[in-house]
Design a protein around this ligand. Sequence first.
Ligand SMILES: Nc1ncnc2c1ncn2[C@@H]1O[C@H](COP(=O)(O)OP(=O)(O)O)[C@@H](O)[C@H]1O
Ligand SMILES: [Mg+2]
Length: 365
Amino acid sequence: MARTASARTLDPESAQLCLAALDIGLCVVGRGGDVRYLNPTVQELFEVRSEEILGAPVSELLGLAHDGPLGPEGEVWRRCVLPPTQILTQRGEKELALECRIVPLGRKSRPDGGLLLIEDISESAEEQAFQRNIDRFSSMGSISAVFAHEIRNPLTGIRTTIQFVETKLPDDSALRGDLDDAIKELDRIEQFTTDLLQFARPKISALEPANLNDLIEKVLGNVSARCEEQQVQLKRELTEELPEIPLDADAVQQALLNIIINALDAMPTGGTLRVSSSTRRYRTRRAVEVAVADTGTGISEEHMEKIFDPFFTTRGAGGTGLGLSIALQVAKEHNGRIYVRNRPQGGAIFRLSFRVPDESEGNGS
Ligand SMILES: Nc1ncnc2c1ncn2[C@@H]1O[C@H](COP(=O)(O)OP(=O)(O)O)[C@@H](O)[C@H]1O
Ligand SMILES: [Mg+2]
């Protein structure tokens, strides 16, 4: 008999342990949308301590509008129900993609409040975007290589023919100039196909343990003069003591330089360039990241899905459209990631992220 009783109730201490062990965020919310309890997962996710947020509207915790459906007067609290809903929000520089739902506590007809369940889906949301870019990139890469080969072969034939025809013309023939022009155009096509083929090649070679901060400093050293010229204020927010990770330093610097140059290109009349480094723990991995945020034009929805494509540029003759494709390739070959998002306050933010190998997680000091 005693067995049944103990199985039906849980002592408070065990209940706390259970709440702490869950990797889903739990938040008890009153009928007025006020926060009453946060489990450790929520505290970690939002980098907030319970005492800082208890009693405040849950919309504040989630970074949502106070006059929205989850605000203090929000319609959600009439029945304390929210079906699974994706929410994009920010906590400092950290972008969060969350899946939230609310179930009523107590009587359904007149609940005492709600239990908000929060799942961090940032990793999978970002991962999907990255994979889409990689897929586009890979298919374009292989199509480009085939394309380049197919064009090159007949080019050689055409060039030989033109040169042959030229030898048959009298020395003073006006047609010679036309044929020379044709050959120049052929040279352009050949250069283009060489660039295309360059693309199929790997970008990285040996990996050596490196500190991302050192690479960032080097790249910033190279662009500081240009920042000054353009009246762009440079802000560094580097986290000290990043774990070293295996990198091809040259390739990573190139990738970072490409991203930073783009940020400067987006701020021709000045602005702020913020470069930060940090470690971030995702559900399945730990990463070292560098983020480059600008206050420029941002990227239109329509361009967003194409910016990593080789040769996509909005800079006309001034751009090659290769900067981001190279950065993507470098990230991919490191098994790293590159993410982009427009910032709510204007401008774009690019993040380049590298996995911290598991062994250093185990014996980290
Ligand atoms: N920070 C940024 N702000 C606005 N647009 C950007 C930014 N970074 C990249 N872009 C867009 O992505 C395009 C592709 O960039 P990239 O591959 O470096 O080629 P390019 O710089 O030669 O145009 C740019 O033409 C621009 O439209
Ligand atoms: Mg560029």
